[in-house]
Every structure is written in structure tokens, then in C-alpha cells.
Design a protein around this ligand. Structure first.
Ligand code: TGC
Ligand code: FAD
Length: 393
């Protein structure tokens, strides 16, 4: 496959610092040289290659924004650009990095004790330890405020009982951040692999995110010492703060997947001959390509301004919701359009767009579905809650 040239119709590169471009280009080269040659096999076999983890660590992509604890301490824009390039490779790879960074290292850093930080963060930055984030349950997805997993205080320990579903990295994780209802409120607990009563199992027959590990977790009266509670967690809000971090990276990642699909579709349209001319010469095909480019450009500008706001400490979580909602939805449309432009070849794994399309179906749903983010922004601009029939009656 030829090296990725980037899609930059509005010279967004001019808005990046030299350091930001260097972060982006380093990840871009690694994706081209190390990841792209293997991604079809990973997706085909439904395999996440653990050998990737030390390479991601070497690139400085684990704990990327954390200051200290052997982490690189880079900016939100750096993180976003890395997510863009990772997802240009595959959404499952970006997911691994999102979960390790935003959903496990960020909460340990933000809500943990000094001992918890010193124990986990350097090892996670080196890729020696992997984490997962357990919020969703079989019966509870969009409404995690009603989660059923319980943590009951017993002397100096907590007994955690329940189950989690659709957990990225679950089976390969050394530590699971489990969100559970205590007598007071929802709190986060670190549950280590091998703790009696704690099991992870593969969610098989999955046709999206095939190059990523997705698991169910069983917690059968799991006893953890009170030191495993993240003491700063206090209610659903703490879990939602982690989601803000991950949703931010997803908004950028979606642009990466869209750029990959656009590049394939443009090249294909210029070389595919039908009715004795390249299909790119048909107005209907050009309209599709131009619409793809316009949405990619809008997504790039949206992400960059959101990143700048976040680096200035001014980003609101509703702005992150709008970016996740818009960019994933547009990327999915772009992937479907690319699939269409490629005709029958569009369903072949060799051309990559079907892989991105299938991945984006999951991204549209996880980290808050498209509709949930619509309602979050709707509530923000109207002041009216449309989440439940009870709220609107
Ligand atoms: P609600 O009353 O709205 O909020 C409870 C408290 O939290 C505050 N809050 C937030 N704080 C920080 N960031 C946010 N994004 C926040 N959203 C709300 C809110 O102000 C309130 O604070 P306080 O002080 O008044 O207590 O809660 P609700 O129960 O009505 O639900 C809100 C809702 C629906 C928006 C929320 O629950 C939601 O976002 N649902 C979607 C669930 C979700 O996104 N799950 C993701 C699971 S993890 C995952 O998918 C990983 S995928 C793998 C990968 O990333 O690659
Ligand atoms: P539901 O909440 O049951 O929603 C079903 C439908 O109803 C959706 O269309 C939704 O938009 C709609 N709906 C729900 N409520 C409303 C409403 N109030 N108004 C209008 N429409 C509504 N979770 C984790 O905790 N950790 C992970 O690491 C993780 N990784 C994942 C990886 C993959 C590949 C996938 C697919 C999921 C992952 N998830 C993870 C779970 C994910 O976050 C949930 O699937 C998501 O939050 C939606 O929950 P649900 O699937 O139960 O859908």
C-alpha cells in the first residue's frame, strides 16, 4: 500500500505547531510501515496482536497526556492527532489506546491515591500492564446511572457482585476499573486479574472491531481491599469525566477513518474505467467525492478548535458530545459512500473501506450513542431534558 499523503484541503497543517506535526507524522509512518501490512489479517482472524503494545509504548502513546509517572505529558491536540492516525489504521487499534489512556490511566491519575498512581501509571505507560473500563452491563448501556453491579463494604474490604458487558481489552487487562453502586453512590474500583470470583470471557462472533478485544466480565462476590477504591470517584459524574476524554479522541479518530476511505475512493474512481472513461469523470461520482471532502474538512476544523479549547481548559463536555456525534456520523456516511464508489470491490477486505464501515457502526454506538449525544446537546441548548418519558411528561 502506498504511504498515506493526508487530506488537507484547507491547509489545516498550517494551524499545527511543528511539534504537533511531528507527533502526527511519527504515528502516520508507524501505521503505514508496521500496522497496515498486517491489519487485514488481524481483522480477518479477529485478532488483537499483543506485540503491538510495546510498540505503542515506544511511540509514547500510552499515558500520552499525563505529566510525570514516566508519561510523555503531551497536549490534547497531540493526543487527538495520534488518535486520528491510529484510527486511519483501524478503529480497534485506536480503541486500545483510548481505553488505556482515557478510561484507565486518566481516572487513576485523576481519582487515585499516590500509591495507586505509582503502582500502575509507569507500568501502563511502558505497556507492561493493560487496563479496561467496566461501565456497561447486559441490561444497562445508555443509562449507566442505573447500573446493577454492587460494591458492599465488609470490614476493610469491598465485595463486588455483578457483571459487565462489551468491555474493550477485558481479557487482556491486568486491571479492570469497575464502576459499582455502593451504599452512597457510584464509585470506581480497581479489580486485578486473577482475583477470585473475577472472570473475563470473549464476546465471539463480532463483525465490528474485529482487530480489538471485546469481553464480558463476571464478578461473583469479588473481594477487594478498600485500598482498591479510587477515592476521588464520587458518583456517575466521575465515570462521565473519563468518557469526555475518550469521546474527544474518538471525534479525531473518526476523521482518520474518513480520510482513509476518501483516499481509497478517490484513487479508485480515477483508475476504474466504465463506459470507456474513469468513473471519476461522472458528475454523480464527483458529487460524492466532494461531499466526502467537505465533511472531512469540517471535521478537521471542529476537532482542532475543540482541542485548542481543551488545551486552554475551556472545552465543555457538551462540545465534546457534538464533535463525537457529528464526526462519527459523517465518517460512517463517508465509509458507506466509499463502499458504494468501489462497487463490488467495496465489500472486499483488500480495499479497507468495508472494514472501516463495519468498525464505525460500533463507534456510532459506543461511548454514548449518536442519539444520546444528540440529546445531550439538545438539553444544553434548550435547558429541557428529553432523556426519559418521565422527564418529558
Ligand atoms: P446526569 O444527571 O445528566 O449527570 C449526572 C452528573 O454528571 C454530570 N455530567 C457530566 N460531568 C462530566 N462530564 C460529562 N460528560 C457529564 N454529563 C453529565 C451532571 O452535571 C451531573 O452532575 P451532578 O453534579 O449534578 O451530579 O445523568 P443521567 O443519569 O441523566 O445520564 C446522563 C447521560 C445519559 C448523558 C449519560 O449517562 C451518558 O452519557 N450515557 C451514555 C453512556 C456511555 O457513554 N457509556 C460509555 C461506556 S464506555 C465505552 O463505550 C468505551 S468504548 C471503547 C473505546 O473508547 O474505544
Ligand atoms: P442501549 O442503551 O440499549 O440503546 C439502544 C438504542 O436505544 C440506541 O439506538 C440508543 O440511542 C437508543 N436510546 C437509548 N436511550 C435513549 C433515549 N433516552 N432516547 C432516545 N433513544 C435512546 N462499554 C464499557 O463500559 N466499556 C468498554 O470498554 C466498552 N467497549 C465497547 C466496545 C464495543 C465494540 C462496543 C460495541 C461497545 C462497547 N461498550 C463499552 C458499550 C457501549 O458503551 C454501549 O454499547 C453503549 O453505551 C450503548 O449501550 P447499549 O448497547 O446497551 O444500547
Amino acid at each position: 500500500m502506498k504511504p498515506f499523503q493526508g487530506v488537507d484541503y484547507y491547509r489545516c497543517d498550517d494551524l499545527l505547531t511543528l511539534e504537533e506535526r511531528s507527533v502526527r507524522d511519527t504515528v502516520r509512518r508507524w501505521i503505514d510501515n508496521q500496522y497496515m501490512p498486517k491489519v487485514e489479517e488481524y481483522f480477518d482472524k479477529g485478532y488483537f496482536d499483543p506485540d503491538l503494545i510495546p510498540q505503542l509504548a515506544e511511540l509514547g502513546l500510552l499515558g500520552i497526556k499525563i505529566e510525570g509517572y514516566d508519561c510523555p505529558g503531551m497536549s490534547n491536540v497531540d493526543y487527538g492527532l495520534a488518535c486520528q492516525e491510529l484510527e486511519r489504521g483501524d478503529s480497534g487499534l485506536r480503541s486500545f489506546v483510548s481505553v488505556q489512556n482515557s478510561l484507565v490511566m486518566y481516572p487513576i491519575y485523576t481519582f487515585g491515591t499516590e500509591e495507586q498512581k505509582a503502582r500502575w501509571l509507569p507500568a501502563m505507560a511502558r505497556g507492561e500492564k493493560v487496563g479496561c473500563f467496566g461501565l456497561t452491563e447486559y441490561d444497562i448501556g445508555s443509562d449507566p446511572g442505573n447500573l446493577k453491579t454492587r460494591a458492599t463494604k465488609k470490614g476493610g474490604d469491598y465485595i463486588i457482585h455483578g457483571s459487565k458487558m462489551w468491555i474493550t481489552n477485558g481479557e487482556i487487562a491486568d486491571v479492570a476499573l469497575i464502576w459499582a453502586q455502593t451504599e452512597e453512590t457510584i464509585r470506581g474500583f480497581l479489580v486485578e486479574k486473577g482475583t477470585p470470583g473475577f472472570e473475563a470471557y470473549d464476546i465471539a462472533r463480532k463483525y465490528s472491531h474485529r482487530a480489538s478485544v471485546t469481553s464480558g466480565l463476571m464478578l461473583d462476590e469479588v473481594r477487594v481491599p478498600a485500598e482498591n477504591l479510587l477515592p476521588g470517584t464520587d458518583g456517575l459524574k466521575s465515570a462521565l469525566m473519563c468518557l469526555n476524554e475518550a469521546r474527544f479522541g474518538i471525534a479525531w479518530g473518526a476523521v482518520g477513518a474518513a480520510m482513509a476511505c476518501y483516499e481509497v475512493a478517490l484513487d479508485y474512481a480515477k483508475s476504474r474505467i466504465q463506459f470507456e472513461v474513469p468513473i471519476a469523470s461522472f458528475q454523480l461520482v464527483q458529487r460524492k467525492l466532494v461531499k466526502m471532502l467537505a465533511e472531512i474538512t469540517k471535521g478537521q476544523l471542529l476537532c482542532l478548535q475543540l482541542g485548542r479549547l481543551k488545551d486552554d481548559g475551556k472545552a465543555r463536555h457538551t462540545q465534546i458530545s457534538l464533535a463525537k456525534m457529528n464526526n462519527v456520523s459523517e465518517a460512517l456516511k463517508i465509509a458507506r459512500t466509499a463502499r458504494n464508489i468501489l462497487g463490488a470491490n467495496g465489500v472486499a477486505l483488500d480495499y479497507h473501506v468495508i472494514r472501516h464501515m463495519l468498525n464505525l457502526e460500533a463507534v456510532y454506538t459506543y461511548e454514548g450513542t449518536h442519539d444520546i449525544h444528540t440529546l445531550i446537546v439538545g438539553r444544553d441548548i434548550t435547558g429541557l431534558d428529553a432523556f426519559s418519558a418521565k422527564a418529558s411528561s
